[in-house]
Ligand binder design. Structure first.
Ligand SMILES: Cc1cc2nc3c(=O)[nH]c(=O)nc-3n(C[C@H](O)[C@H](O)[C@H](O)COP(=O)(O)OP(=O)(O)OC[C@H]3O[C@@H](n4cnc5c(N)ncnc54)[C@H](O)[C@@H]3O)c2cc1C
Length: 477
């Protein structure tokens, strides 16, 4: 069931971000209030764009198909963390810029004024917002260093974001030179309500909708070392429309509360009655899967994601590494059920033979489709029938044999370094960037591909436009 990914195009989102981020500056100018000198105006300008970007962060969480349906969760999250850095820098600088003129004349007086500003009653809400904005990235680092459970981190992230936004808007409305005017005040309030509504929708409305539309674990089986296949069926029996390769957010009993959902790619085809997942044991939730009883209650939010087959592609190159087989298997199963006639090449990579998933099923599909499959493991004994080593340029060239470039869509899923290095190799081999698709399972870092770097460059351009708007605001006569 290949279909097109629907949603707002990336360029529209980029323009909307810049316009909303700087709109507060326009409102400020429109008040007609005389500017208060370049440093004070720069400080105010930074505060205004920081606050708007804080509100926009709620929309770029990757949970709204209308916003991410075209760009995908990978780009949405990449943008979310990039914008978080820009917002952090602007928010941190905001109070200090007011003091620059004093600092240039008398540094110790500037110091006293900074202390008075931070301890003063009038700026209390501003201080709360400022500290919350600093605490958000501090907690991102703390999660890495102190192994804070993901759910606790998510909860604190959401709470701090709400505190930062509400306190920031209260600060702007009470103390801001421009925001307290009627129209800007209503706009700030509307933006705040809309931002908080995103959390209510995802963790409230969708949570209860999920509980009212229960699923059950139909069966589970071990399909590799530390790898499980799970099949879920919907109590209502209603179809669950999705495109092969998409993912869902899954909650299972007894952890059905909001914030306990985990993203997993769908390993089945929408033509199957059950929804299947392939899950690797990595942490506290996934290591418990072996103990899941049949009939376990579950809730789904989705489908999400753009890791799907392009209906216009002439051929497909599927590259799976480890648990990355999940969406690739979903796409392959969909091709098999649809009787796909276009050429398909797949390379399934795993640490060892005991981690290769669905080999027999894929080999059986190869007898019916124009499908050539290779199985590659890092290490294996003499019984292994397949390739040994890492997926490199030479093996990729052999796997590509006969596929048109451009014209072939490459879908890559696996560990981050696997995806980014293969994406670069494919670009070197003449694949247009638009034909190379991958979706990360983990946002905690890892190398970038040239596609990622080009994307960051576009983000920086957006930051530059926002920065120039603040500069123009500060220097206006
Ligand atoms: C779009 C997408 C699709 C995915 N598809 C699959 C799949 O098909 N098969 C598979 O095995 N894995 C998949 N994952 C990864 C899977 O979500 C994590 O491995 C799982 O949530 C780990 O949970 P844990 O509690 O066992 O491990 P933990 O030790 O708690 O977490 C390990 C890492 O997984 C990530 N993670 C943990 N919990 C969450 C959460 N609730 N939301 C987002 N990220 C989380 C974090 O980066 C964390 O550092 C996918 C991830 C994403 C983003």
């Amino acid at each position: 069931m290949a279909g097109r990914n629907e949603g707002v195009p990336g360029w529209v989102l980029a323009v909307a971000f810049v316009v909303i981020a700087v709109a507060g500056l326009g409102f400020a100018v429109a008040t007609g209030i005389a500017p208060d000198g370049p440093w004070a105006e720069a400080a105010t300008g930074l505060g205004v764009v920081a606050l708007a970007m804080m509100a926009l962060q709620f929309f770029s969480s990757g949970r709204f198909p209308m916003l991410t349906g075209r760009i995908g969760i990978d780009r949405a999250i990449a943008f979310h963390s990039w914008a978080a850095r820009l917002l952090f820098a602007t928010a941190v600088l905001h109070p200090f810029l007011y003091m620059v003129p004093t600092f240039m004349i008398d540094p110790s007086l500037a110091y006293d004024r900074v202390v008075a500003m931070f301890l003063g009653e009038r700026t209390r809400t501003g201080l709360v917002a400022w500290l919350a904005i600093i605490a958000i990235p501090a907690l991102v680092l703390a999660r890495k260093w102190f192994a804070i459970p993901y759910e606790w981190w998510r909860a604190s992230h959401a709470v701090l974001a709400v505190v930062a936004l509400v306190a920031g808007v209260a600060h702007a409305l009470s103390l801001g030179t421009y925001a307290g005017e009627d129209l800007p005040a209503y706009v700030w309030l509307a933006l705040t309500v809309a931002a908080i509504l995103t959390l209510v929708v995802v963790h409230g409305w969708r949570h209860f909708a999920g509980l009212r539309d229960p699923w059950r674990l139909a069966w589970k089986k071990r399909v590799g070392w530390g790898l499980w296949e799970l099949a879920f069926s919907r109590d209502s029996g209603a179809p669950f429309p999705y495109r092969a390769g998409q993912f869902i957010w899954l909650r299972t009993a007894p952890r059905l509360a909001p914030l306990f959902d985990h993203p997993f790619s769908i390993a089945s085809t929408p033509r199957d009655p059950d929804l299947r997942l392939v899950v690797k044991e990595v942490g506290d939730y996934t290591r418990g899967i072996g103990a899941f009883p049949d009939g376990l209650a579950a809730a789904m939010d989705g489908p999400h994601g753009v890791f799907t087959a392009d209906p216009d592609a002439k051929a497909f190159l599927l590259l799976a590494g480890g648990a990355g087989i999940a969406p690739i298997l979903g796409i392959l199963r969909d091709f098999a059920r649809a009787g796909e006639t276009r050429p398909i090449r797949i390379v399934v990579c795993a640490g060892g033979p005991e981690r290769v998933v669905a080999r027999e099923e894929i080999e059986a599909m190869a007898e019916r489709l124009d499908l050539k499959a290779r199985f590659l493991v890092e290490e294996a004994g003499p019984d292994w029938e397949g390739e040994i080593g890492m997926l490199d340029d030479a093996l990729l060239a052999r796997s590509l044999e006969g596929l048109p470039v451009p014209g072939t869509q490459a879908l890559i899923c696996g560990p981050t370094a696997f995806m980014t290095s293969l994406a670069d190799i494919l670009l070197d081999r003449g694949f247009p960037a638009d034909d190379v698709h991958y979706e990360r399972f983990d946002y905690s870092g890892g190398p970038y591909s040239r596609i990622d770097r080009a994307e960051r460059m576009r983000f920086r351009l957006m930051g530059l436009v926002v920065g120039l708007a603040v500069l123009a605001f500060a220097l206006r006569g």
